[in-house]
Design a protein around this ligand. Structure first.
Ligand code: AMP
Length: 278
């Protein structure tokens, strides 16, 4: 695996290998099996697998979340080597934002940036769009691999690719979970073992709503799930039913509509998100 820290170096290398099909997996490091699944997928469909690790300060609306974001770079490099990654792009902040991180370019993301994660984390998706715009223009991949764990983020990046006229195709990968059902996330490392087990309740409650969706209304099921989660010490940010395509909130289950349950909670000062398609 070749590690590049400078955009000019990775660009030069890629221009010498222009004939190779590029598959790109952007990450913020502290890698786990969810990330590994994306790297494996990229390896099956491309000649060059490129992974980036960059903790993007612009997408953190909460300073302490940024400061506490886990970093396990040596282990990450080892894992990426085992996965036969060709290139790791590991830039420092000034490489990505040479003029500082003031927001200089805004993207017209429409209502996508005002709902759910966008509503709870003001500026988050502008930050995601900004870094992805820069990274995609450096790497210019044919294929981009994104996890459905961050369902709304996939929509935002799809929108960005359209706005900027980039030719990249997105492949979405399913959510990889711990045995408890908890969606894997770098932030899980901030939970102790017993909390991590308990956090399996998030997915169990989404599953409960899905399993009873033919018998009861969403609001009845939502209330039961929220009570169970709050009783176990989870603070609910949102638990909504939405249209999978538009992310518009829905009051109740509807036939013939692709739906999704989305949840965000705080648990022992860690913010966790999950979703389940219906
Ligand atoms: P992150 O490092 O959290 O920014 O995530 C990098 C990529 O990995 C994003 O496309 C995420 O959606 C994806 N990802 C994170 N966790 C999971 C998971 N549990 N299963 C599948 N993909 C994931």
């Amino acid at each position: 695996m070749i590690i590049f820290k400078k955009s000019s170096d990775i660009k030069k290398y890629l221009s010498l290998h222009a004939e190779k099909k590029r598959g790109y997996v952007p990450t913020m490091g502290a890698l786990h099996d969810g990330h590994a699944s994306l790297v494996r997928l990229a390896g099956q469909e491309n000649d060059l697998v490129i992974v980036s690790i960059f903790v993007n300060p612009l997408q953190f609306n909460d300073r302490s979340d940024y400061e506490k974001y886990p970093s396990t770079i040596d282990r990450d490099i080892e894992l990426l080597e085992q996965l036969h990654t060709d290139i790791l792009f590991l830039p420092e902040e000034k490489e990505i934002y040479p003029e500082g991180d003031a927001v200089s370019k805004m993207f017209n993301l429409g209502n996508l940036e005002n709902v759910l994660e966008g509503a709870s984390r003001p500026g988050h998706f502008q930050g995601v769009a900004r870094v992805m715009d820069i990274l995609l223009k450096i790497i210019q991949p044919e294929n981009l691999y994104l996890g459905r764990k961050d369902f709304q983020q996939v929509k935002v990046i799809q929108k960005l690719i359209g706005l900027e006229g980039l030719g990249t195709k997105i492949t979405e990968a399913p959510i990889i979970r711990e045995t408890s059902g908890l969606a894997m996330s770098s932030r899980n490392q901030r939970l102790d073992d017993s909390s991590r087990l308990e956090a399996g309740l998030i997915f169990k409650n989404l599953q409960y709503i899905k399993d009873h969706s033919l018998e009861k209304s969403f609001s009845e099921l939502r209330e039961v799930a929220i009570n169970k989660l709050e009783h176990a010490g989870f603070e609910i940010d949102y638990l909504v039913l939405a249209n999978q395509n538009t992310l518009a909130e829905m009051d109740d289950f509807a036939r013939g509509v692709a739906m999704i349950l989305l949840i965000a909670v705080h648990f022992h000062n860690v913010r966790l998100i999950d979703n389940l398609e219906l």
